[in-house]
Write a protein that binds this ligand. Structure first.
Ligand code: G
Ligand code: G
Ligand code: MN
Ligand code: NA
Length: 254
């Protein structure tokens, strides 16, 4: 209850920040994008991890204004990095099912793109498979309208949810994000290695791009590169960083 009431005031009190985790091209080794991940710095509760408040934000509907803030902040930051000559990176933002159902999602995205001047191809929206569980027809239509804005769509935590091959052929998806639970064991568990190789092949056969999450070791990286995975994200390269540290990383690597 304490968290819930504090959460109601967090936006106006400016207590949220975004951290950015680099996404690296496995061919070139270059940073090509980043995932924006929310953090809550409460004056008394301290740093509240998303695992403790995203669920509450979803249940209370607060995720809608919070998610809008995330999208606006991430797009404005990315545009600022473009303008500073730090490269034309993509920023990925997590969308919860609750936001997906909100009437103003599409105009909201359009307004953020218009206001910030960010090239739509530099925004990626991360969806989860749970979105596709119920009535898929309105979802297909909404996804096509989102695509027509020029943004990219990815499936987060791929393989852990209600995986259905039917939506992959019907929905205008650009990227599969292999869940870190599979990546974690690829060098020890032959089944997970086979699943990861198969997801990479599946993505490429469908002309989708594929990124591995939660890469923590050189061995995992070697395997993924050998299998032709396009990009990686994980502690092996970098944990999620505050904006100024992410910017330093970009400057160092230019
Ligand atoms: O960064 P971290 O590992 O603590 O994130 C934990 C979870 O919180 C992840 O599943 C991530 O998708 C989720 N999360 C982080 N930021 C956001 C956000 O801006 N919106 C939504 N809906 N989920 C987020
Ligand atoms: O569910 P989603 O993929 O949006 O969440 C990303 C979460 O994964 C973030 O909370 C981030 O901190 C975490 N994460 C990122 N890289 C790694 C990693 O290499 N290992 C582990 N265990 N977690 C990671
Ligand atoms: Mn994500
Ligand atoms: Na994930």
């Amino acid at each position: 209850v304490r968290i819930e009431s504090a959460l109601r005031n967090a936006l106006e009190r400016n207590e949220f920040v975004l951290h950015y985790q680099p996404q690296v091209d496995l061919q070139t080794g270059r940073i090509v994008g980043m995932e924006a991940l929310i953090r809550w710095k409460h004056p008394e509760l301290g740093m509240v991890p998303p695992s403790r408040f995203i669920g509450i934000a979803e249940d209370t509907g607060l995720i809608v204004p919070i998610g809008a803030w995330v999208m606006r902040t991430a797009c404005a930051q990315n545009k600022a990095w473009h303008d500073a000559g730090l490269g034309k990176l993509r920023v990925a933002v997590n969308l919860s099912a609750r936001q997906f159902g909100a009437a103003d999602l599409l105009p909201g995205i359009e307004a953020v793109l218009g206001d910030t001047g960010l090239d739509p191809s530099c925004l990626e929206l991360e969806l989860t498979e749970s979105l596709f569980m119920s009535d898929v027809t309105p979802a297909v239509e909404l996804l096509h309208r989102m695509k027509s804005l020029g943004v990219n769509l990815s499936i987060d935590d791929f393989g852990t949810g209600y995986s259905s091959f039917s939506y992959l052929s019907r929905f205008p998806i650009d990227v599969l994000k292999i869940d870190r639970s599979f990546v974690n064991d690829i060098t020890h568990d032959a089944n997970d290695a086979a699943i990861v190789a198969s997801i990479i092949a599946l993505a490429h056969n469908l002309r989708l791009s594929v990124i591995a999450e939660g890469v923590e070791t050189a061995e995992q990286l070697d395997y993924l590169r050998h299998q032709g995975c396009d990009e990686m994200q994980g502690y092996y390269f970098s944990k999620p960083l505050p904006a100024h540290e992410f910017e330093q990383l970009l400057r160092q690597r230019r």
